[in-house]
Design a protein around this ligand. Structure first.
Ligand code: M6R
Length: 597
């Protein structure tokens, strides 16, 4: 989703900003722009499409050492050059970039800007026009910015330039992510650290409702009331090379292949001095005190949460509910007496999940975030964090974060289960990691299956029972988001209650069977759809295989099957998108980091 960068120092701001925006591309966007401050004013370049398109039109008159930049994912107003950021006030004095949504935009425009001729359809323009209005009323820029912030309802990460003082970038944040980076000869701002790693690895967290005055050699953080806040910097330990896709054609394929390594890295990270997989005592104690666990997540992380529920309930016998964050937020169920909340989020920035975190924190319930991004908002705000150690996940379609989430959930469930858990979890995870490797080497076979079942199809169904149903949901999500084939996941037993009406001659049905206790029943469901003309692709587990199954997965511990059964589904989605010529790493309309509710 929208991304922000800014630079103030003595180097060429244009190149720093463009490079920063390129690093933010993975978040998803439809237009981009930069504003550069020169002696004679501010030059804006913006374009619909990719950063490469923006590069072609940037036309700065000489070296600029101050600037702000933006990638936009449309919320208010269509993706267009006109609506792309930066936006300027009527006089051209103030220029702004914004990530977030201003919920009271209509009221602000009506109450304060009725006489202003607005240029764009965006909520953002209201902010920059308000600053100009307050300056015209006699306030300093800093004071006008503060007065404006006091009027805003909603989410924002903002960077503002004033053509009359090009030695300052005014910055503010509420709900949307934003960091300030401290460089050697200048300072930067960015929606995430990855965007500015080419400039620094030293960052300052900015909290909600704070305002920051960023100068070349000084950063001042203030509360809403103007009082100064002292904050220690932190170092981001991220290697810029990890952000590269190397010789792979797509990040998604690279990330699929990294999965065995990620499981091994996680086992290393969660090993205690006795050589046992273990989790911080404080977390386990809090979880032992709960009467019900609530897992909150979205998309793929939600699917990992469903697997987590199965693991926790089967191993530790603690009742567990899994909720889609955006639903929970506005329709909170009746909670148990001693709830414990787990937030699962690859990015740690998902606004829907964060909205729930804010609510349950206000109720003083214990919280744990499982995330891939240290220092992310959800990590900072929850009582505890478990990291995924998956390395940066760049492809919009989440793959290695899912398997990392399932891995950490298996360790967590095993810890709470004590002696009822999986007997030698390290060994079982090691087997799963080796099996993942075997599966990643079956690309040719999966590519052929994709051609046979999916490439020319307009829809596809994924079915499974029990834990396989959860993986079926994930397989369907992967396929739809990157290949645009309409794909749905169903529990096998539910087909006859409605979805079977959609089956016609040739409809592809991908069926998973890895669980002995439901093998016979899912096979009956497969027969039912075959009888109605479905083209079935059965993916089974060694020991349960039958003649005619298209793909047999080597056996792993039965609760850890999602770690392996998801891989053929990820590869099916990848090859379907490849064969259909889709933009695999940046699927249409989607963003990697979904920072608006
Ligand atoms: O960063 P998060 O895990 O919180 O993101 C949640 C979803 O937006 C994400 O999993 C999304 O569904 C992916 N595109 C799936 O591949």
């Amino acid at each position: 989703m929208c991304g922000i960068v800014g630079y103030i120092g003595s180097q060429d701001a244009q190149e720093i900003l463009l490079k920063g925006l390129e690093k933010l591309e993975y978040r998803g966007y439809d237009s981009a722009g930069i504003a550069l401050a020169h002696d004679n004013g501010i030059t804006i370049s913006k374009e619909k499409g990719r950063i490469a398109d923006l590069r072609k039109i940037v036309d700065a008159p000489g070296l600029a050492t101050v600037g702000i930049g933006h990638t936009r994912w449309a919320t208010h107003g269509a993706p267009s050059r006109l609506n792309a950021h930066p936006h300027q006030s009527s006089s051209g004095r103030f220029t702004i970039v914004h990530n977030g949504v201003i919920e009271n935009e209509a009221e602000l425009k009506r109450d304060y800007l009725s006489k202003v001729a607005l240029q764009s359809d965006t909520d953002t323009e209201a902010i920059v026009q308000l600053v100009e209005r307050f300056v015209n009323e006699g306030n300093s820029t800093e004071e006008a910015f503060r007065l404006t912030l006091q009027l805003l309802h909603g989410s924002y990460a903002l960077a503002l330039l004033d053509a009359a003082d090009t030695e300052t970038i005014y910055v503010a944040k509420n709900k949307s992510p934003l960091l300030v980076g401290l460089g050697k000869d200048g300072n930067v701002i960015a929606s995430d650290a990855a965007a500015m790693l080419h400039m620094t690895d030293r960052f300052l967290e900015i909290m909600d409702e704070e305002m920051v005055i960023v100068k070349k050699d000084k950063v001042t953080i203030q509360k809403r009331d103007g009082s100064e806040v002292k904050r220690a910097e932190f170092i981001v330990e991220l290697n810029e090379n990890e952000l590269d896709k190397g010789t792979y054609p797509h990040y998604m394929l690279k990330e699929i292949d990294e999965q065995p390594l990620v499981v091994r890295k996680m086992m290393e990270a969660y090993l205690n001095e006795d050589g046992k997989l273990s989790i911080d005592d404080q977390i386990i104690q809090a979880m032992n005190e709960t009467d019900r666990i609530y897992i909150i997540a979205c998309g793929t992380s939600y699917h990992a949460g469903l697997v987590g529920k199965q693991l926790i309930e089967k191993l530790a016998h603690v009742p567990t509910e899994v909720h889609i964050a955006s639903e929970f937020s506005y329709n909170m169920p009746l909670l148990s007496k001693k709830p414990f909340f787990i937030f699962i989020s690859q990015s740690g920035e998902t606004a829907d999940s964060r909205a729930v975190l804010v609510k349950v924190k206000a109720l003083e319930f214990p919280t744990l975030t499982i995330t891939n991004v240290p220092h992310s908002t959800l990590s900072r705000e929850a009582d505890n964090t478990l990291l995924l150690h998956a390395g940066p996940e760049i492809a919009v379609a989440s793959t290695k974060a899912y398997t990392a989430q399932v891995t950490v959930l298996s360790i967590l469930a095993n810890m709470i289960a004590k002696d009822k858990g999986i007997e030698n979890l390290s060994y079982e995870l090691a087997i799963a990691a080796s099996t993942m490797e075997v599966l990643c080497n079956e690309k040719k076979k999966i590519e052929q299956l994709t051609q046979q079942f999916l490439t020319a199809s307009r829809n596809a169904f994924f079915i499974g029972r029990s834990i396989d149903y959860y993986v079926a949901l994930e397989g369907a999500l992967k396929l739809k988001e990157i290949s645009y084939i309409q794909a749905e996941g169903f529990p096998g037993g539910e087909l006859k209650h409605g979805p079977i009406a959609l089956i016609e001659t040739g409809t592809p049905v991908i069926a998973l069977t890895t669980q002995a206790n439901v093998n016979a029943s899912i096979r009956s469901n497969i027969k039912e759809v075959e009888a109605r003309g479905a083209n079935t692709c059965i993916i089974s587990m060694e020991g349960l295989e039958e003649k005619g199954d298209k793909f047999v997965i080597p056996a792993v511990q039965e609760l850890l099957t999602p770690l392996v059964s998801v891989i053929p589904l990820q590869l099916l989605a990848y090859y379907a998108a490849l064969q259909r010529g889709c933009d695999i790493d940046k699927p249409r309309n989607l963003a990697k980091s979904v920072t608006v509710e």
